[in-house]
Design a protein around this ligand. Structure first.
Ligand code: ATP
Ligand code: ZN
Length: 285
């Protein structure tokens, strides 16, 4: 039987999230430290452990069938791959930063200046869009020291909290690109590989649905049931179980994380008591 080849980052800020996702999908893999390849014991998938920068190229060439990579690297490399799923981890942004002591007047500040970055394509697309002409200096690491050594007057780099910039005497002045981990696929997967990929995506969807929903249980007097149903539609409709105490029921349903606090208020007003909200591990719609 064919196996789906998945490329993931060997070690870095995507590795833990990628392996964690695979584990939560119920896929067992033993990746001995330092190994470049591994196989799952209970799913037709094998793993290639690579530098993240190489992943879009390997997937485009079909050496790997799918890969997990930051959207920043995906867009920067501009290879022929399909973005198939957003994964929601390793969130970060690419920002422009300048020395703290400088006064920032807006994007025209960068006109005629030198900017150091590891993301020349994303930066040049952004500057073009903004109508700014600047010289881009591509460097592969430690971008944040470029201004202090006189290489550039500004940098364009990955930021998550901003503390690295701050420690290097810089301040963030423009956010230019938002990134998260994404799954990408090779354009020409065989039908058999596509089928394995669909199985994997089914599991990933079940996890993501579970993460964005909560299971809710509450007690209510029977006369409040209709009102509560209108607040709590659930996956189909809520389950209702009688309580030992006459005239009271227990209602069970699923609620979206995002409107959770608003709903709680409405439920209390409708007469709900003893509200419990518990996490869901997997959810298949
Ligand atoms: P490699 O050795 O594989 O080339 P790297 O040093 O280029 O690794 P990492 O720092 O591990 O890369 O970052 C990998 C990806 O994780 C980035 O491309 C970005 O999408 C994301 N990322 C980077 N920094 C952060 C951060 N501080 N918080 C969250 N995600 C981040
Ligand atoms: Zn890298």
């Amino acid at each position: 039987m064919e196996k789906l080849r998945l490329a993931i980052q060997k070690s870095g800020r995507l590795s833990e999230g990628s392996m964690d996702l695979i584990k939560k999908c119920g896929i067992k893999v033993s990746n001995g430290k330092g190994k470049l390849k591994a196989e799952a014991s209970n799913f037709p998938i094998e793993f290639l452990f690579l530098r993240d920068d190489d992943i879009p190229g390997y997937v485009a060439d079909g050496v790997a069938d799918i890969g997990i990579v930051g959207e920043n690297v995906l867009v920067e490399k501009a290879k022929e791959v399909k973005l198939i799923h957003r994964l929601g981890f390793s969130k970060c942004r690419l920002s422009l930063a300048i020395p703290k002591s400088e006064e920032y007047s807006g994007i025209s500040y960068f006109e005629g200046k030198d900017i150091a970055t590891s993301y020349p394509k994303i930066l040049s697309d952004y500057l073009k869009e903004q109508g700014v002409n600047a010289q881009i200096h591509e460097i592969s690491g430690s971008v944040e020291i470029a201004p202090s050594i006189g290489l550039a007057q500004g940098v364009c780099d990955i930021v998550s909290s901003g503390s690295t910039l701050f420690q290097n005497g810089l301040k963030e002045v423009e956010e230019i690109f938002f990134s998260e981990a994404v799954a990408v696929a090779s354009p020409g997967l065989s039908a058999e590989k596509q089928e394995i990929l669909d199985k994997l995506l089914f599991r990933i969807n079940a996890l993501q649905n579970a993460d964005s929903n909560k299971y809710i249980l509450l007690n209510a007097p029977e006369e409040a049931v209709d009102k509560i149903i209108s607040v709590l539609p659930g996956m189909k409709s809520p389950s209702i179980l009688p309580l030992a105490q006459k005239g009271w029921v227990s209602m069970h349903s699923v609620i979206n994380e995002n409107d959770f606090w608003d709903k709680i208020e409405e439920l209390k007003e409708a007469g709900a008591q003893g509200i419990l909200v518990v996490p869901i591990e997997k959810m298949v719609l």
